[in-house]
Design a protein around this ligand. Structure first.
Ligand code: SF4
Ligand code: SF4
Ligand code: SF4
Length: 165
């Protein structure tokens, strides 16, 4: 296989492997093998954060709401592609704040922090006087509650780089 094609396939694989799945999804590969693309998890989610994604597999969209970790999607998943084990983390999603954040450009805004129930976003004063958001990865649950309220779309919930394969 030539280098360009190998690079393309590797890029494609990384892209697919890094698609966020509903909480408590089986690992990449096992999930796609078990999921029948029935949409039962999409229909079961009360906050509508599960959407039909590439290939018909469920993915996440936090533009309408947040995950409350209610587990309804897991209960609805008959083939157990979503399988909740005791004390298992639902996922490795974390919020990320981009440079588009207006507070980082000198405009007062604390909306994302006000929407974070676990106080993972703290505001620290800068020399100019405007406080800017700082995210604590250790506290963030990746619930997505901070995504939709941001007035400039500067927040997203993404899988960390180390989970790419
Ligand atoms: S745990 Fe509940 S809120 Fe979160 S994706 Fe599943 S059904 Fe939706
Ligand atoms: S809501 Fe958006 S613009 Fe406002 S502080 Fe948070 S990231 Fe910045
Ligand atoms: S994703 Fe949830 S826990 Fe993380 S910063 Fe946003 S609101 Fe807070």
């Amino acid at each position: 296989m030539d280098v360009a094609r190998r690079g393309f396939l590797r890029g494609r694989f990384r892209q697919v492997a890094n698609v966020p799945r509903p909480p408590w999804a089986l690992p990449h590969g096992a999930f796609e093998a078990a999921c029948t693309r029935c949409d039962d998890c999409v229909k079961a989610c009360p906050t509508r954060v599960i959407a039909k994604g590439d290939g018909g597999y469920p993915t996440l969209d936090f533009h309408q709401g947040e995950c409350t970790f209610c587990g309804d999607c897991v209960t609805a998943c008959k083939p157990a592609a979503l399988a909740r084990e005791a004390d298992a983390a639902p996922w490795s999603l974390k919020a990320v704040i981009s440079e588009g954040c207006i507070a980082r450009q000198g405009v007062e805004c604390r909306i994302c922090g006000e929407n974070c129930e676990v106080s993972a976003i703290r505001f620290r004063p800068t020399l100019g006087g405007i406080s800017t958001p700082q995210l604590d990865d250790n506290v963030c649950t990746g619930c997505g509650a901070c995504v939709a309220p941001c007035p400039v779309g500067a927040v997203s919930a993404v899988l960390p780089m180390e989970t790419e394969q």
